[in-house]
Design a protein around this ligand. Structure first.
Ligand SMILES: [Zn+2]
Length: 306
């Protein structure tokens, strides 16, 4: 059974839309790259999985969705971004954050993130100005915060489940489901959805029980005639889009003056610039930086993310 699949399903009446993902492999890769401790793994993994599901919904190849959680807790800012292929990448300020577990034995993501802060969602549709929405954090548990965003900022009632299960350090299971009630849904659809509510169990429970995304849709919504959209299947992967060219463009955006200064600093030892998403290193010699400084003009390049 593959541990990196996302699918989307729509009820035949067209009112209920579901995305379900097994992101185990992606979250394990994120853990490996950032050497996160379990609570940080869970926080980053939940946000990555949400970004991947939201990304899969985008229409253009150039589009992206970025989620930024900035709470008052020790973990600091968590940032994830994804595109329509459902591949995602992310960073966490304090990968070692691992507060004591809850009395139930569950990882305390809410304590790590803190409930005082903001969740920001930036949708870049690939043209025009990106659209950004921001809501206060509800609990810092990520799923509740995003549910609040969907309701307050996009007026879409949703049920969102996100989960990461770790054993010692490794990721045993990770995934998510996003159930959306589409506009115009009649009362009978809302009632039926409410009847399904007791089935909305933690996604890691479903995954650990051997369910894949297709089964998850059936298990969550038995009362609905759900059709898996044929072209919706995606491979959920941790994929960084950094390249030497992108790093060079980011450097150019520093401006000519800063670059000349930086080139001077790097005369003895070349600059080593590390991608914050995948930790890949790019080396720029003083000569490289001088060439970029010459390329930098007053119309600075746009500040590209990795
Ligand atoms: Zn990278």
């Amino acid at each position: 059974m593959s541990k990196n699949t996302l699918i989307r399903a729509l009820s035949r009446d067209g009112y209920v839309d579901v995305i379900a993902a097994d992101s185990t492999a992606m979250v394990e890769e994120a853990r490996r790259i950032h050497s996160t401790r379990p609570t940080a793994t869970a926080a980053l993994g939940r946000l990555l999985t949400a970004a991947s599901m939201m990304g899969s919904d985008l229409k253009s190849d150039d589009a992206s969705v970025t989620l930024r959680v900035k709470g008052s807790g020790e973990i600091g800012t968590i940032l994830c971004t994804a595109d329509r292929t459902a591949s995602a990448r992310g960073t966490v300020a304090n990968p070692l954050c691992d507060p004591p577990r809850k009395p139930s034995g569950k990882l305390d993501v809410g304590a790590a993130v803190g409930n005082d802060g903001t969740l920001e969602v930036i949708r870049d549709l690939g043209f025009g100005e990106p659209y950004a929405g921001r809501v206060p954090l509800v609990s810092g548990e990520i799923a509740e915060d995003l549910t609040s965003y969907f309701f307050r900022s996009e007026q879409t009632p949703t049920v969102l489940g996100l989960g990461v299960l770790t054993e010692s350090e490794r990721v045993l299971a990770a995934g998510g489901y996003l159930i959306r009630l589409l506009p115009g849904a009649p009362d009978r659809v809302i009632d039926e959805l409410e009847r399904c509510a007791p089935l909305f169990v933690p996604v890691t429970e479903l995954l650990s029980g051997g369910a894949g995304p297709e089964e998850i849709v059936k298990l969550l919504l038995p009362g609905f005639d759900m059709e898996i959209l044929p072209d919706s299947k995606r491979e959920v992967a941790y994929r960084c889009r950094c390249s030497r060219e992108r790093v060079a463009r980011a450097l150019i955006s520093m401006g000519q003056k800063e670059l000349f200064r930086f080139a001077e600093e790097c005369r003895e030892e070349p600059a080593e610039i590390k991608c914050e998403f995948c930790t890949k290193k790019y080396v720029f010699t003083s000569g490289d930086l001088l060439a970029l400084a010459r390329a930098a003009r007053s119309e600075d390049g746009s500040g590209e993310e990795g």
